[in-house]
Write a protein of this length. Structure first.
Length: 204
């Protein structure tokens, strides 16, 4: 069973949004963004905005700091995108750059005392701790896998796993235009497709 986030997990950066732009590969996103296509830039931000925004929050920064870092990273991404040689490295690049911004924000705000700062810079200078880095990467794999599902599967997973309070099955069925008795079957098929996609991406 995929490790879906509980609907009662109040993590500020959502793993899934109910409405999603069509999933494009990073190769297409980078190519079309460099070509100046605004739709591609919107799709790229839609795909990675939760990834970027979640890193400052996981680092203990405020939502205001996270919003500022998000804008800074997006501006840097826009200028550096033409230089990106490997589009498949895009998510890793975003994680690294955003992590650097968080590190420098901590320094500016003096939220670490001298001993904590020295210890952090000695062990992992200017990057996320390894366990946090892995967590962020895995969350992005889940977002991408869900985005690759059919619209009905995406909506069903959103309703069943991310809405709080949960809807009665009758309302779920009416929303999707299906019979109440078919929800379990469709959910199983959707989760199987999601599981297969996650296995392909080496989700843990």
């Amino acid at each position: 069973m995929p490790k879906l986030q509980s609907r009662r997990d109040k993590q500020p950066a959502a793993v899934l949004e109910k409405t999603a732009t069509p999933h494009w590969s990073d190769e297409k996103l980078v190519r079309d963004c460099v070509a100046g296509k605004e739709e591609a830039w919107d799709a790229l931000l839609d795909k990675y905005k939760n990834l970027i925004f979640s890193i400052p929050l996981k680092n203990g920064l405020s939502r205001e700091d996270a919003a500022e870092i998000f804008q800074t990273v997006c501006a840097e991404l826009l200028s550096e995108l033409p230089k990106l040689r490997d589009p498949q490295a895009l998510s890793g690049w975003l994680i690294k750059v955003t992590s650097h911004k968080c590190f420098h924000q901590h320094r500016r705000s003096q939220r670490w005392n001298d001993s904590e700062y020295a210890q952090e810079t000695a062990t992992q200078p200017e990057i996320l701790a390894e366990n946090l880095l892995i967590e962020v990467e895995q969350e992005q794999k889940l977002r991408t896998a869900i985005a690759n599902l059919s619209p009905r599967c995406r909506e069903l997973i959103h309703i069943l796993f991310y809405e709080d309070p949960p809807r009665p099955y009758k309302e779920v069925a009416e929303s999707l235009g299906i019979a109440v008795g078919s929800i379990g079957f469709i959910r199983g098929r959707c989760l199987e497709k999601l599981r297969s996609s996650l296995e392909d991406s080496e989700f843990k």
